[in-house]
Design a protein around this ligand. Structure first.
Ligand code: HEC
Length: 255
């Protein structure tokens, strides 16, 4: 019995370390944050923890027997029928509960609905220059001869920087989307870029989540400040051209 309890306790301690310890450590390094360990990663970690613990606990025949003894007793011995029934019922209820929690519909409003677009400032400082957002247009659009080239280069920028969050289908379901709130924008959805002017995207991409105005709160999102990472304004204009070209949406214009 001791061995079985030990095993369960060890696995539980590892679970706590991963579930709470890792975020706590990160929170100590970056005060004010509390990252979530993605569910997928959690499953992988727990798989190794459980396998490792069981391997260790059943290292030789004796310890394996010792570990299995209470289980065998409950399931095998005729005088434990009462306990056996209880254990089986408890396990059935536990699985039922977990399944119910996983499939029960949620009454929260879909997260997408909060994709309101905060009003942009009239001008913005980016790449060391001041841009008037009220009149700003995508300069590369006029260069029709090189349009295909811009789409291609914009695509390269997108897949080097953006698809981790916004997804390879531009649907906001990149690798990291589950761990991010608010969710990455879904560009396929008509509620995002199809409603926006290119100057708005220019501002949003350049200044990211931290660049949003106060009335956009609580919008300090995970969207990075791309003017710190891209080489210049043309990169932003190119990736914007790519976003519209790929989704088939047209930007809103001043007219
Ligand atoms: C770390 C994740 C992440 C990466 C990488 C990322 N984004 Fe975002 N992005 C977000 C999140 C989250 C939002 C939604 C919240 C917000 O608007 O700030 C968003 C929103 C946006 C919006 C606003 C759309 C709207 O409807 O208002 C645009 C445009 C955008 N991203 C473009 C890009 C581009 C272009 C890149 C690559 C150069 C990129 N993003 C990379 C997380 C990311």
């Amino acid at each position: 019995m001791k061995k079985l309890i030990q095993t369960v306790v060890v696995i539980f301690i590892f679970y706590l370390i991963i579930k709470l310890g890792v975020p706590a450590l990160s929170s100590a390094l970056h005060p004010g944050t509390w990252p979530v360990v993605p569910a997928n990663l959690m499953r992988i970690y727990m798989f190794f923890v459980i396998t490792g613990t069981l391997l260790y606990m059943t290292f030789n025949e004796e310890s394996a027997k010792e570990l299995a003894k209470p289980i065998k007793e409950v399931y095998g011995s005729p005088d434990k029928a009462g306990l056996r029934t209880i254990v089986i019922v408890v396990i059935a209820f536990f699985i039922g509960y977990v399944t119910y929690q996983n499939v029960k519909p949620s009454f929260e409003a879909p997260v997408e609905l909060r994709s309101i677009h905060p009003a942009p400032p009239s001008s913005v400082e980016m790449f060391g220059k001041s841009w008037n957002l009220l009149t700003l247009k995508n300069p590369l659009r006029d260069d029709k001869a090189n349009f295909d080239k811009y789409v291609k280069e914009g695509g390269i920028i997108f897949f080097n920087n953006c698809f981790y969050c916004h997804g390879d289908k531009l649907d906001g379901k990149g690798h990291y989307y589950k761990g991010i709130f608010p969710l990455p924008a879904n560009f396929v959805d008509v509620g995002t870029i199809a409603q926006l002017q290119e100057s708005f995207l220019f501002w949003r991409i350049g200044t990211g989540g931290p660049g949003l105005p106060k009335e956009g709160a609580p919008w300090i999102s995970a969207m990075p400040i791309w003017q710190h990472h891209l080489s210049g304004e043309d990169d932003i204009w190119k990736v914007i051209i790519f976003l519209y070209n790929y989704t088939g949406h047209a930007p809103r214009t001043f007219e």
